[in-house]
Design a protein around this ligand. Structure first.
Ligand SMILES: C[S@@+](CC[C@H](N)C(=O)[O-])C[C@H]1O[C@@H](n2cnc3c(N)ncnc32)[C@H](O)[C@@H]1O
Length: 224
């Protein structure tokens, strides 16, 4: 399994928090994130809808948090959500009861998924790789558990392509990481490429801060 190599432009990851640190920090944010989800719907809803709105079959939401993605999934999916934080998962459970979707939730580390190879028709994840101590390992795990004919979908954030916004992000990156365990200026495309994954389609939005991906599982061998 590869390890993510921090770069100069990714300085927050030179002092990576452990999985336990991250779990602790999200225990603190879980209820607030759930309460403020309406803001996410306004800002991020269109990106989540566009990337996740057409998945089907058995779907894994990696680092599902408070379940923000769930409302964008078709009602027919058989959903499994995993997250390292029990507090985030408690809010995700509330979310599930309010939606007409069948789902189960499990506490699990995204870097060591407890599923067999080729277990899911679709693996989705949003705003997550920035918090994983080893995002490359987590992406390779997503690839492993996805069926060869399946699909991996990501909605990630990173450095803006608008210079003043990027400057601000760089200025605040260390403080943001210390407070939220989130590498604000991580380049999602670099991490996906480092994981050896093949991007089938990608989009950017919100001044370049949001990047979405449709990824072909590495074992697909022309089955798409
Ligand atoms: C910014 S939140 C995003 C949550 C959700 N995906 C969303 O889009 O709203 C990041 C989530 O990643 C989870 N997380 C961080 N490290 C993890 C790990 N190693 N394994 C599983 N979940 C992890 C956190 O607990 C948190 O719920």
């Amino acid at each position: 399994m590869n390890s993510h190599n921090p770069t100069d432009t990714d300085s927050a990851s030179t002092r990576p928090m452990s999985v336990a640190d991250i779990r602790e920090s999200y225990a603190e944010y879980a209820d607030r994130m759930h309460r403020l989800e309406w803001i996410d719907r306004v800002v991020m809803g269109r990106y989540r809808q566009a990337r996740f709105g057409d998945v089907d079959g058995r779907v894994l939401d990696v680092a599902c948090g408070t379940g923000t993605n769930f409302r964008y999934l078709p009602e027919t999916v058989d959903l499994v959500g995993i997250d390292i934080s029990p507090e985030m998962l408690a809010n995700a459970a509330d979310q599930l009861t309010e939606l007409p979707i069948d789902g189960t939730l499990r506490e699990m580390d995204a870097q060591q998924l407890e599923f067999d190879d080729d277990s899911f028709d679709a693996v989705i994840s949003a705003l997550s790789t920035c918090t994983f101590p080893d995002p490359v390992a987590a992406l390779q795990e997503m690839d492993r558990v996805c069926k060869p004919e399946g699909t991996i979908r990501l909605v990630e954030h990173g450095r803006s392509d608008v210079r003043p916004i990027a400057k601000y992000q760089e200025w605040r990156a260390e403080a943001h990481y210390a407070r939220n365990g989130c590498r604000w200026t991580q380049e999602p495309r670099e991490v996906v490429s480092e994981a050896g994954l093949e991007v089938r389609e990608t989009t950017t939005g919100l001044f370049g801060t949001i990047t979405t991906f449709e990824i072909r599982p590495t074992r697909s061998d022309g089955q798409w």
